[in-house]
Design a protein. Sequence first.
Length: 145
Amino acid sequence: MGQVAVSVVINRPVGWVFEFVTDLRHDVHWYKGVQTVLLLSEVDRSVGTRYEQRTKLFGVSFTATMTVTAYDPPHGMTLVSSDSLTPFVAHYRFDPVDSGSTRFTLSAEVSSSGAYRLFGPLFVPLVRAATNRRLRILKRVLEAE
């Protein structure tokens, strides 16, 4: 298991960024490779919310179930991924910065399984680089709104 931590400053208010990012159904707009996200639970955006996400990462398609285990609007959220080729625990943090902007930090403990084991020690740096690219896309999407 390895650690990934990346952040980006988005020129939008904290509450606005929190509302967009914590609804995982929006991942298809900024998280390249995410193909579909379905809400599996009756609970929407709180502890216990469950999603099914179909993703293609480094050429391999897989489905993961994600469960929200902590939800603290507008400050943070924690997700646990299961039934996945990339099991992880992700912590989303939203902090205000000067002039109404938001620092969004995504930190995660990730591990590789299945086909991704072939990447060995390169897996975490590859995930970190891919996540940095995705946060730049998120910034563009949210600042264009």
